[in-house]
Write a protein of this length. Structure first.
Length: 203
């Protein structure tokens, strides 16, 4: 398991930083009960190997123990890093797949092999997912950047610049979502599992 993240220095980091900030889930792809008492958001990059570790090893456990039981909602926010030249196009591909109701199948395909993120690979992924390839290609030419820009702004507001980074949030009294903590840096895996257990217990 890769416990360090992309763009991070190998130095001690507090397991969770407390915050109190509104987070918008408008347009963000989510899994689970929309009325769950807690939200786990991942800021990820499809070329980030530790992000793939989370998707392959930790998310299935979180899904079984919390998401599928209605206790937690999972949200994926794009944070393609400049050091990963194919990450932004991969994020656009996921968004374009999402317009055809296939964000999560594309999410799985993109993390399955970080070497297959060039444009011909992305079209092949779309075809394998059963998408309308012409519509997918038109979307990719349009760059699908509006939602990415929205999520990048949220990462900046939360002070996140490496992947994977995580936000722990809860619904607030006004019907919005309030972030109560962020996890980033070495030790993120155990910190995320501890934070999820704590916030779902509170809920």
């Amino acid at each position: 398991m890769l416990l360090y993240g992309c763009g991070q220095r190998k130095m001690p980091t507090p397991p969770m930083r407390n915050v109190h900030q509104v987070v918008s889930l408008v347009g963000v792809n989510t899994l689970g009960n929309p009325f769950a008492p807690a939200i786990l958001g991942e800021f990820g990059d499809f070329q980030c190997l530790p992000c793939a570790t989370f998707q392959l090893e930790l998310l299935p456990k979180i899904r079984t123990n919390y998401i599928d039981r209605g206790m937690l909602r999972f949200a994926y926010f794009h944070l393609p890093l400049p050091v990963h030249p194919q990450a932004e196009r991969a994020a656009q591909a996921a968004e374009c797949a999402g317009l055809q109701g296939a964000f999560w199948p594309m999410y799985d395909q993109l993390f399955a092999d970080a070497r297959r993120l060039y444009d011909p690979d992305l079209v092949a992924h779309a075809r394998e997912a059963g998408l309308d390839v012409d519509a997918f290609s038109r979307c990719m030419r349009g760059r699908a950047t509006e939602q990415l820009d929205h999520e990048l702004r949220m990462a900046k507001e939360l002070g996140l610049s490496s992947t994977p980074s995580f936000v722990i949030a809860q619904p607030d009294d006004s019907g919005g979502v309030m972030a109560i903590g962020v996890v980033a840096g070495p030790g993120w895996a155990s910190a995320v599992m501890s934070a999820v257990a704590a916030v779902t217990k509170q809920g």
